[in-house]
Design a protein around this ligand. Structure first.
Ligand SMILES: Cc1ncc(COP(=O)(O)O)c(C=O)c1O
Length: 458
């Protein structure tokens, strides 16, 4: 029996983390100020007796150094944040299998260098095969500390500094950071917007590919619009990129979140081999199980040349706990995720109905995927005078504050709810904000009630 197998799980559960975890969740001021739950009780990581995971009970994240809550408290002050609806992680308790595996590993008190077992790559391949019919040769999977480092490695290979990276915008704001990091420049191809639904403007996309455009970052499902790209969309993108010698970097980190009437098509399942060979795909379990700070993701490609070149630029220093958490998620967490998906979808429906019934100044269309809602706030921004507020804030801050950021700040001030400003998502993000609905229904309702009440004062 291996040393790891020999760890006494029951002994661990008896002693579970009392010392390790008790300090982790503070009773921070903001939580108390707004009547949020006090420090969470120590978990025994038990499975729910009836087999049903509880997504309904709000889980207090204040006092854990979370970006979504604590960073906002630090920025705006504790009296101004009640609900974090910004950064893309989830408020739910992780599946107990993850806590169990982590706590069990903590019983072995040595944290030396880590070797990655072959089975780990097989777990990733099995997950993708089982859920999406995607065949990945485990030998072609490369681990990385996050999708960002993987994308950056790829940009370093294909897109020298000063060259352009094609994006269909509005798109995930983090991509622009990756471009800054690699000295490359964004070439936004604004999507068409009809009745709140986005579609790719293929003529515009083609027109924007110049001699200096070497890569396209595809986001599928798309953050922030929630679009799941159809096989036809993907094929058109793929054929265009192949023709123009543009490498497709397919970021599919949100793929586990797809609503029941939509479908996620992995880029790597397209029927044209040459198109697939012209791509790399980047994925992770970090969105699906909210493991973002465990720093773990992977990429793969059917093109051995691309793979070898990007691998050479990718330095992945993975952590033991990240590895343990990811293994537990992929091997034991599927039931939790399957129960979560309808909850997320119901949250989307709740938000759309709520906005329709109570917020005439806001528009919101149910997305096809992701746990993000893309709010059209243009009417609310006019009413608030966001442009004027942005000009004043810019003067005061000595740096550009966009009207969208001014609107976000207004919601913080008047509703104690934090959203993400649409202007950070590239061309087409104007007049919008992104709202993360991966939280308990009660918390979502509190946020919407606060926002609605604030808008009614206008
Ligand atoms: C589309 C997309 N890609 C990448 C990331 C970040 O990935 P990672 O934390 O693995 O670097 C995010 C996080 O929100 C995302 O939405």
């Amino acid at each position: 029996m291996s040393q790891r197998e020999g760890l006494n799980r029951r002994a661990f559960l008896r002693n579970a983390g009392v010392t390790a975890l008790v300090g982790a969740v503070g009773t921070g001021g903001a939580a108390e100020a707004f009547g949020a739950a006090k420090a969470e009780p120590i978990s025994d990581f038990a499975e729910p007796p009836n087999g049903k995971y509880d997504f309904d009970t709000p889980y207090n994240r204040f006092g854990t150094d979370s970006v979504k809550y604590d960073q906002q408290v630090r920025m705006y002050g504790k009296d101004h944040i009640q609900v974090g609806m910004g950064i893309a992680d989830m408020d739910f308790k992780a599946p107990p299998c993850i806590g169990r595996a982590l706590a069990q590993r903590c019983q072995h008190e040595n944290w030396g260098y880590l070797d990655i077992p072959k089975s780990y790559y097989e777990n990733i391949a099995a997950w993708n095969k089982r859920r999406y019919g995607l065949n990945i040769d485990p030998e072609t999977i490369v681990l990385t500390t996050g999708v960002h480092p993987g994308l950056i490695a790829a940009l370093r290979v294909f897109s020298p500094p000063g060259t352009k990276v094609l994006l269909t915008s509005p798109t995930y704001n983090g991509f622009y950071g990756d471009l800054t990091y690699t000295g490359t420049k964004p070439e936004d191809s604004p999507m068409k917007l009809v009745d709140g639904r986005y579609s790719i403007d293929f003529e515009d996309l083609e027109r924007r590919i110049g001699p200096e455009t070497n890569t396209l970052i595809l986001c599928n499902p798309q953050n922030p619009t929630g679009n799941c790209w159809s096989p036809d969309d993907l094929m058109r993108i793929g054929e265009l990129c192949l023709k123009k010698r543009v490498v497709v970097l397919a970021d599919e980190i949100h793929c586990d979140f797809v609503t029941k009437d939509a479908k996620y098509t992995p880029f790597a399942t397209l029927p044209n081999k040459a198109v697939v060979n012209n791509s790399l795909t980047f994925k992770a379990a970090s969105k699906s199980f909210s493991l973002a700070a465990m720093k773990h993701a992977w990429f793969f490609s059917t093109n051995p040349d691309y793979l070898a070149r990007v691998k050479a630029m990718n330095r992945a220093d993975l952590s033991t706990l990240g590895m343990v958490a990811n293994v537990a998620a992929l091997t034991e967490g599927e039931d939790w995720l399957n129960q979560l998906l309808p909850y997320i979808e119901a949250n989307h429906e709740f938000a759309v109905q709520y906005v329709k019934a109570n917020m005439p100044l806001v528009k919101c269309v149910k997305p096809q995927g992701t746990y993000l809602a893309w709010l059209d706030l243009s009417a609310a921004m006019d009413r608030v005078g966001a442009k004027q507020k942005a000009m004043e804030a810019t003067k005061k801050a000595g740096k550009t504050v966009t009207p969208e950021q001014a609107m976000v700040d207004w919601f913080v001030e008047h509703a104690k709810v934090h959203l993400n400003a649409g202007s950070t998502y590239g061309t087409g993000g104007q007049g919008h904000a992104r709202m993360n609905i991966a939280t308990s229904r009660k918390t979502l309702e509190t946020a919407l009630n606060n926002m609605s009440a604030a808008l009614k004062t206008l």
